[in-house]
Design a protein around this ligand. Structure first.
Ligand code: 5GP
Length: 205
């Protein structure tokens, strides 16, 4: 293992590996966009599987969607320094975090490790990896984001209001990312992200 892959941070890139940070407020369509990017982009991208204390939703698998951890286990790992970053997202009781082991696995395989994380986690990850490629996915407009969130119909009005407040806060921090992509057209947003990634590879050559 090189210095770049140890748990003290360092450069985002090893010879071939790299850290890619992707954020966007919920309702911006980040998950759909990134699923397509993984299918379409001809680069060795690896989705970093985060750990969380939230329970799995229907259809989610442990080790694929998240590592679903008991709060005590999460806390013990946090104290042992196993996380690159971890936070209680949305000010709820649930914790989310990026495990160093995910970064190490990707770097060892020469892959680009893609962290799909919230803004506070992203800012912490950028500090650890200043040359990480960072992309913020924006909704076409705030009204569009609100429409998408309401359309899901899965949440109470109060939870929805909280997400909207959070989204406003996240949008204010968008300029901390190296790139911003507007998801008002899925195909175009996917193509734009693939272009950003591909030109980064060209730069590394
Ligand atoms: P969900 O519970 O809907 O899967 O995710 C809720 C939020 O947690 C999303 O904004 C997602 O980006 C964020 N998230 C997922 N994994 C991580 C992580 O490892 N670290 C941080 N800081 N946020 C995460």
């Amino acid at each position: 293992m090189t210095d770049d892959t140890n748990t003290t941070g360092g450069n985002a890139a090893t010879k071939n590996g790299k850290v890619v940070i992707v954020s966007g407020p919920s309702g911006a369509g980040k998950t759909t966009v990134m699923r397509r990017v993984f299918e379409k982009c001809p680069l060795p991208l690896r989705h970093s599987v985060s750990a969380t204390t939230r329970p799995p939703r229907a259809g989610e698998l442990d080790g694929r969607d998240y590592y679903f951890l008991a709060p005590e286990d999460f806390d013990a790992r946090r104290k042992r320094g196993e996380f690159l970053e971890c936070f209680a997202v949305f000010g709820r009781d649930y914790w989310y975090g990026t495990l160093w082991s995910e970064i190490r696995k990707g770097f060892a395989a020469g892959e680009w490790v893609v962290l799909e994380i919230d803004v506070q986690g992203a800012l912490a990850a950028m500090e650890r990896f200043p040359d990480a490629l960072s992309i913020f996915i924006r909704p076409g407009s705030f009204a569009e984001l609100e429409k998408r969130l309401r359309g899901r119909g899965t949440e109470s009005e109060e939870a929805l209001e909280r997400r909207l407040e959070r989204a406003k806060h996240e949008l204010k921090l968008a300029d901390r990312y190296r790139h911003q992509v507007i998801n008002d057209d899925l195909d175009r947003a996917v193509a734009e992200i693939c272009d950003i990634l591909t030109s980064e590879r060209e730069k590394k050559r």
